[in-house]
Design a protein around this ligand. Structure first.
Ligand code: ZN
Length: 147
């Protein structure tokens, strides 16, 4: 693949709201997308978490290396997207977290990351949804245009 895989989208519904206390961040947004019939979106979240699992992709081994922090941290920023994998909406998100001294960690967001409080701003995208399919080159589930 040596050229971008892109679809053109119209802006759909815009959702701004509060995410549930004590729930997993990714699951909360995925559940919201299922309930609201959202197939494609971009979103951001700010708030605070009581624990977080983040990681980085090891490109040689082609696996994610993750770690979990069990302490209160601010969600300095979290940005991500919603697209389809096996016909269901899936979240891809990255997060930057800050501790009480302002030190930050960040990476690819995983479950379990438990929300203490979260505010989401989600923009639905209307058009031919992108679908995640296995990519041999990277070992990742990357976007292709949904047939
Ligand atoms: Zn990622």
């Amino acid at each position: 693949m040596n050229q971008p895989v892109c679809s053109e989208f119209e802006r759909g519904r815009r959702f701004v709201g509060r995410l549930p206390h004590g729930k997993d961040l990714i699951a909360s947004i995925e559940d919201f997308c299922i309930e609201s019939a959202i197939q494609m979106a971009t979103f951001s979240v700010i708030g605070t978490v009581s624990s977080a699992t983040i990681g980085v992709y090891d490109q040689k081994q082609q696996v994610y290396v993750t770690f979990t922090e069990n302490m209160p941290m601010e969600v300095v920023t979290c940005v991500g997207n919603v697209s389809l994998k096996d016909e269901a909406p899936v979240i891809h998100a990255h997060i930057v977290l800050g501790d009480e001294r302002g030190k930050i960690i960040g990476g690819h967001l995983f479950s379990e990351t438990v929300l203490y409080a979260g505010e989401m701003d989600l923009q639905e995208l209307v058009g031919k949804p992108l679908e995640r399919v296995y990519d041999r080159t990277t070992g990742l589930f990357l976007w292709s245009v949904h047939p």
